[in-house]
Design a protein around this ligand. Structure first.
Ligand code: AGP
Length: 585
């Protein structure tokens, strides 16, 4: 969602801000803007549309600034318009604010500022006016920001630039913010990835931290708990590994990266998985919590654990409140999240507070990764395309390994992983790629696509359908094939495309549902190890992979969504309305 990059230091701020905001684009946004202090004046430039269009329209790269801030907005309060884009000013125009989150009590704050002239429809605008008001009443800039921050309810991280003050101030409340320590200056960003070109030394901020920074460095104070410490961390990520390289899009790069990731699972130290399994063994029920794709991973994990006789349940973050009275003392939580910043999970973390928590998370240093008792980092590298691909398959592999440690016999599973390494060549086999091309040619004109499977095949169908709708904007829906006859079969008409995700487990049971759909004119596209010419009108071969058969199947499903999107002229890396980390409720 919204992105923030700010810099104050001895160098010209503009290149840092321009590169930084470009590195944040992947998070998803609808408008962008910057505030630059060149010493003489505060220059604010903003517009709807892309970061590049703002940069080009205002010749931002030709400007010089001692300090400044760049922002990408994902609209929550107020439509997508130039006025509502950030930075947003006070009445005097001396203060510029960028903000990530939602100010839940902005209505009442706005009422209390009735002498101020508001010029946007945003909740954010109360921040500059409240700071201005408090300074009018004699407070120092810092005091004014501090009191303002304490007044805001909800997730509200922001940066304030006041052209009359030497310091810039950032406050973290809810939405992520991190300090980056550059050679000649200090960065503030909503995402470490925008810092990696310049530094891997960072300070992860706690909620209610207030950071004062200028060309001489920074200070941090926690407004609620003065005893909190702020250590400098080193981020173990290479900026260049997150570049597109020879690929046209990040999504395709990340789909192919899955092939090499298998090595990393084999080579990784499994102590974290072992420790997590020891916690699960002592627990009563296991709740696996995640959203979107991560919820699909939770479904997969819960099903796997149940097959071992473990009481396990998958939930979406927002569902936790319905379980408040059922959760028992000895229950344990597995939090699944690529970003580690998903607000639906964070907003309900209180339900997990007296329980052991395990995290399967990609972004180390993220809020959720710091909130768990045992972290199993995905180590899938930076995932820039909005649609999760390699982080999903990595999560399923780690869940599979966790299940192996739970059953006290990890060896056969590790051997299967070695086999997967030898066999994972789906997307390098010309006949498979040709089949994907043929099928995506057909799908690209569809209004609606049905995905179906049973057992684990149904969970993969859910994910296949989500990928398709996210990047191609085609309505895609997944049904368990045995449930089709209870209603969804009414959707089946002559020629409708049905993608049948066939796992070894589900081959037999899936066939019944498929026959019923075929009898009513469905065009069945089978993705499976073996063709079934009687049932499948088209077939995409998925290479067998024993316990890890989801791996090649998913690569085909992801690739199908990717190619369909590209053929429809959509940039799959930045689908409309979507964001990489969903940090607002
Ligand atoms: C996945 O393709 C989506 N972008 C989305 O469903 C995502 O999985 C969801 O928002 C949860 O994100 P998380 O894994 O970062 O918690």
């Amino acid at each position: 969602m919204c992105g923030i990059i700010a810099y104050a230091g001895k160098d010209n701020a503009v290149p840092y801000l321009v590169n930084g905001i470009r590195d944040l684009e992947y998070r998803g946004y609808d408008s962008a803007g910057c505030a630059l202090d060149n010493g003489d004046q505060l220059v604010i430039r903003k517009d709807v549309g892309s970061v590049n269009s703002v940069i080009r329209k205002y010749g931002v790269e030709q400007l010089n600034a001692k300090r400044g801030v760049f922002h990408t907005r994902w609209a929550t309060h107020g439509g997508i318009s130039v006025q509502n884009a950030h930075p947003i000013s006070d009445c005097s125009g001396d203060i510029a604010v960028v903000h990530n989150g939602i100010i839940e009590n902005y209505d009442s704050i706005k009422e209390s500022l009735n002498t101020h002239k508001f010029s946007t429809e945003t909740d954010t605008e109360v921040i500059p006016h409240m700071v201005e008001e408090k300074m009018r009443l004699g407070k120092s800039f810092r005091e004014a920001v501090k009191e303002t921050a304490l007044k805001l309810e909800g997730a509200s991280s922001f940066v304030v630039l006041n052209r009359n003050e030497k310091d810039m101030i950032a406050v973290k409340k809810g939405s992520p913010l991190v300090i980056g320590l550059g050679e000649n200056g200090t960065f503030i960003s909503s995402d470490v990835q925008s810092l990696l070109r310049y530094t891997n030394k960072v300070v992860y901020l706690h909620d209610n931290d207030l950071v004062t920074f200028n060309d001489g460095g920074y200070t941090v104070e926690n407004l609620v708990n003065p005893n909190l410490t702020h250590k400098v961390d080193t981020v173990d990520l290479d900026y260049h590994s997150a570049e597109k390289g020879k690929f046209e899009h990040y999504m395709i790069k990340e789909i192919y990266e899955q092939i090499d990731l298998v090595n990393s699972f084999l080579e990784r130290d499994k102590k974290d998985i072992e420790y997590a399994s020891s916690l699960i063994k002592k627990a009563n029920r296991v709740y696996l919590v995640g959203s979107g794709t991560s919820y699909h991973a939770s479904l997969y994990g819960a099903q796997l654990f149940r097959s071992l006789g473990i009481d396990a349940l998958a939930l979406q973050g927002q569902e936790l409140k319905n379980y408040g009275r059922i959760i028992k003392d000895n229950d344990i939580f597995i939090i699944i999240s690529q970003s580690g910043e998903t607000s639906d999970v964070i907003a309900n973390i209180d339900y997990m507070k007296d329980h052991k928590k395990i995290g399967i998370i990609n972004v180390e240093g993220s809020y959720l990764s710091r909130s768990v008792d045992a972290l199993i980092p995905l180590k899938a590298g930076v995932e820039k395309a909005v649609a999760a691909t390699k982080t999903f398959t990595s999560t399923l592999v780690l869940l599979r390994l966790l299940a192996a440690y739970l059953s006290d016999d990890a060896e056969p599973i590790i051997n299967d992983l070695k086999l997967l390494k030898l066999n994972i060549y789906n997307l390098t086999v010309p006949s498979v790629l040709e089949a994907i091309e043929r099928v995506s040619d057909r799908l690209k004109d569809d209004k609606s696509i049905i995905y179906t499977g049973t057992e684990d095949g149904f969970i993969l169908s859910l994910e296949g359908a989500l990928k398709m709708k996210e990047v191609s904007y085609i309505h895609a829906e997944a049904f368990d094939s045995s449930s089709i006859k209870h209603g969804p079969i009414a959707l089946i008409e002559n020629g409708i495309d049905v993608i049948a995700v066939t796992t070894k487990n589900s081959k037999e049971s899936l066939a019944y549902g498929l026959e019923e759909m075929k009898a009513r004119g469905a065009h069945i596209i089978g993705i499976s190890e073996e063709n079934n010419p009687k049932l499948f009108d088209e077939f995409i071969k998925s290479v067998p992979a024993k316990s890890f058969e989801f791996y090649p199947l998913l690569m085909v499903l992801q690739m199908l969504a990717y190619r369909t999107a590209v053929k429809r002229g959509i940039n799959p890396d930045k689908p409309r309305n979507l964001a990489k980390s969903v940090t607002v409720k």
